[in-house]
Structure formats: C-alpha cells, structure tokens
Design a protein around this ligand. Sequence first.
Ligand code: 9MR
Length: 632
Amino acid sequence: MKGKILAAALSTSMGLSALTASIPMGTVAADSAATGKVIYSTDFEDGDVSLFTNRGGDDTTELSASEDFASSGSKSLLASGRSESWNGPAFRLDTVCEPNTQYYVSAKIKGRYYTNAMLSFQYSGTDGKPKYSNLVQNLNGSDWITVTNAKVSFTEDMTDVYVYFEGGDGDMFIDDFSIVEVPAKPIEEDIESLSDVYAGYFRMGTALTPSDLSSKSFMALAQKHLGDSVTVGNEMKPDSVLDHEACLAYFEETGDDTTPQISFSAATPVLNYAKKNNIPVRIHTLVWHSQTPNWFFKEGYADDGAWVDKDKMLKRMENYIKAYFETLEKLYPEIDFYACDVVNEAWLEDGNPRQPGEQVSGSYEKSAWVKVFGDNSFIEPAFTYARKYAPEGCKLYYNDYNEYMDGKLNKIIEMATDLKEKGLIDGIGMQSHLDARQSLSASFPSPAMYKNALAKYAATGLDIQITELDATIPENSGTQYYDVQAEYYSAIFDAIVEYKDYVSAVIFWGITDDISWRASQRPLIFDADFKAKPAYYSIIDDVERLEAPSTQPTTQSTSDGKEPTLLGDANCDEKVNLADAILIMQVKANPSKYTITQEGAANADVVDNDGITNLDALEIQKYLLGLDTVLG
Ligand code: 9MR
C-alpha cells in the first residue's frame, strides 16, 4: 500500500449537516476482499498522523510516526505513554464518510512486546452521551495482527463517530490502515412491488433496526416492497426505552420511584427514517416479560432491590405508558403510530401465565410481571392505560407467538373477548414465526392449523395483524428447500388473503435472509444478494389466482324464508361447531368462492334475524367457548 488516497468523499462530506445518535451499529464483516471505493488509506510512510487523535483524552498519550516497527515500508503509527487501556489512536469517521453507508475498516496492529487489543466504535447519541462498542476483539499476539474488512456504519443521528484501537497499556503500533466503502449490490427493479400487489387488501411492512439503514440496497428493497409500515425491531422495547440512569437520578432528586424516565434515543434513526418517508409505525412493545430490565420491578430501581408491590408497579406502569405516548407525540407529531402491541407474549402454550421470576442470562422465559402481580392480572391495566394515553387512531393489540396452538389460542380469545367487551382492545397480533421445514407435510404449523387460528381470531370481531412473519427451512440447507418454502408461503398467504377482510397488516420480521434472528434457516423472501426467492413469486402468484374469475357457483347467502333446522348449523351437518363459524366468515369474506344452502343460511342467521353477518360467526364462537349466548 503506497501513499495516501483521500477520495472525493472527504471534501463533500466535510459539509455534512449535524449528525445525531443511536445504538452502536458496527459489526464485523465476513467479506474476504475490499473492492469498493477507497475513502482513506495510509501506510504512514509520509509521516502524517494528523487524522488520528488520542482516544480517552489523557495528557500522556502521544501519537507519532515511528520507525521502530513497520508492517510495510519503514514506518507505522505509534501510540506511546498510554495511561489507560481505553487510550489509543482514534480515527474520526463522520468527517470523511457518509451516513447510512457501510464501510470496511482494515489495519495491522502490534504491541512493542505483546498486545491484547480491540478495534472499537464510538459516537455521541441524541442525548449527547458517548456510546461505544467493540467491533473486533481478541487481537492478541506479539507479531503484527491483521484486521480485515471490519464493517462499520453510522446514521445521521450520530455525532463524533470514531473507530479506535484500545486494550492493554503498552505501546501500540498501527500500520496499513484503510477505510473502503462496501460495494453496493443492485436490487431487482423489474419485479412487482409486494405492497402494490396487496394494496387494497392490507398494508405490507417490515421490522427495521438502525443498522439496516446503512445498506442502501436493503433500504431500497424495504421501500419498494414493504413500505406501508415499519416496526422498530428492538429499540422501542422496554430495555431500550427505560433510562436507568435518569430513573435513579429522578428518584434521588424527588424521592419518587413511580415515574420512570424514558428515552427514544436508540430508536431515533428508524423513527427519523419513518418520518422522512412518511411511513406509519407499529409500536412494539409496551408490556413484555422479555427485554425488560429486572430493576424496573425493584424498590428504588436497584438491581438488587426488593420486589415492589402491585400498587407501586401499577403506578410505574401507568406513568411509563403515559410518558411513552406523550414523548412520542411530542418528538414525532408527524408520524402515524397506527398500531401498538400493548402486551406481548403473556400466555404459555397450555393457556397458563408464565412462571414468576427474573430474566436471567440464557433463560428469558420467566415473567417479572407475574412475580409482582401473582398472575396475568397486569394485562387489563396495561390496556386500560394504553387506551387512556394512546393517540387517537393508534389501535391496541395483544401480540403472541405459537398463537395457533390450541391452549394459547383459546386463552387469547377468551382474554381478547373480555377486553373487547370493555372497549380496551382493537386487535390481535399473530406473530407468525413459522417453520416450512423440509416438506409441506412436515411444516409447523400446517397451513390448515394456521388458517384455523385466523378463523378463530376473525370470529372475535377484532382486527388481525400478522406482525412478525417469517418461515424457516432446515438449517444450513442452502437453496434445497426454497421450493418447499415457496409452497408453504403460498398456502399461508392463501389463508391470509381468504381472511383479508379481518387482516389489516402483514409485517415481515426482516427482508433478506442474512439479516434475520433465524438467519441460518433462511426464513425470508429475499436472499442475501437482494434477489427475490421462489417464496416471493409464490405469494405474488396467490393474488393473481385469487383475482382470476371464479368458477364456483354464486353464493346463496339468504334463507329465502326458510326456517332454521338447527340454529348455528351453517353447514347442515347436524352439529354446531367451529366449521360453522368458519363457513359464515368464508361466505362473507369471499362470496365468489364459498357457498351456503338456504337451510344453512337460515341456521347461520343466529343473531338479530338480519341475514348472515360476522356477528353470527362471533356468537357461535362465544358459544363454543362456553360463554352466554342465544345458542345456550
Ligand atoms: O428480532 C429481535 C432480536 O433481534 C432480539 O435479539 C430478540 C430478543 O428477544 O427479539 C427479537 O424480536 C422478537 C420480538 O420482539 C417478539 N417476538 C419474537 C421476536 C424474535 O425473537
């Protein structure tokens, strides 16, 4: 590497507008070669170290060009006189690099005798506080150690952005340092937009985290296909929003430990993106056992404090929810927060509440809410407060996974029906973390099981949103099961489209397979190269099929004066069961595809004697749950 290249980016980006803050975004790249535009590169042969500063700000560390060691040529950068392990050479990124762009950082590092160094990342957030994370750890040894293509990026919401070397306390040498822009891969422009295809049915959206914003192709894909709704993947959860330091300070100042202090600084990049592009936001999530700090449930917000009692927790809950909505409204009056997961994952598969207890590393099943309340009686107040403080137009949801399994499903319906009667809930979030597996017959849930859940939730009369959709194939199986996955997605979308009158949004939990919580099982509809997988084409095909002229006979949805033979028995099989409720909803949802006989229509008109309506299906559903109905 000879000489120094400072790309045009330097002069253009010097004039960047103020950058603000969020969570650390740097990650280590798996890529083997940097072939993109070189932003900055030096081997220190010209003796210039002026773009490096001493991180940690002690007055003893000195940076200079040294001839003591060199990985190439005869010189390297020396940091000597370091007084703390976190002092070391730092390179400022936001004066030479663009926000929302990925870069590779490469370098050689050596200690005078031995080093145990790290490459780290630092920035100031919107709250003005510095935040840092390690990009590459364990750079240990006595010879030159190479860092190749560590990926780093930042957003417009971050200021004073640096990469820096730290670790140990001896002299540190750096050589062959470079910053190279990660080459962008184009997206397929000529395929149909998913949100266009499903326009008029339901919104199509995705979850995004701040680091997603750094890949231009990823964002182009999000905007083209899933641009009707954004869920912030992690940064609007309690552990991101609750500000421990500010809570403690407020408590010390006022003696009040029932008014939690909050910050949306971690979510800022994604919320600013939604604001800029006018994309409605799903709030995820207010009350959850997971990703919620234990101190939130303890006296004085102390990690080792005693558990608070129910009354104090109710006050904390109310004030938290109040502050949450009021702060969002104040910071983002332009954003349409159209939906909110008020309570997440409170029921187990057998329909029981979670076990009471803390979140401990490696086991996130227990619930501190249950520990404080003794049971799931925290759910209703959560909805009561959310209803009280949520902006008009923000619909309130209960959200869960394995939502198609009987015990949980029935419990959710029972809870939601009760909350609905009290006017506290608007909808049910079906997370839909599904497993296509290696064949349609092995898939879980089966499409029929999933459709059964949709039918049952629809029968509550509440809105349904598919909130976190993905469908896995066997781990590390490459493209082998892409067709199975396509077949599965197709069947799942058939079911969703069938209930389109009850479903207002379909949100994927990510866009490309490599950026997923289940990346090794490739659960999404675009691959790591931004190419549409067979699953994408299968769900586009669904719509064409459904819009094709129907060959089915036209619906007979009136009884034409016929008397009921068995009230509720819509399919005339002499039983009143779920199939009857489903048939009613099918006839209402898609009359060109589903038919009912005159006798069935008479039986199906369970309430109000006004022809078949969804209230009839709801009444049957309630009857099956053992509630008080006209059916007994
Ligand atoms: O996608 C989220 C992942 O980055 C986090 O590590 C994980 C930790 O709980 O949460 C993931 O999102 C979850 C969502 O909030 C609730 N449903 C299950 C999702 C996948 O775990």
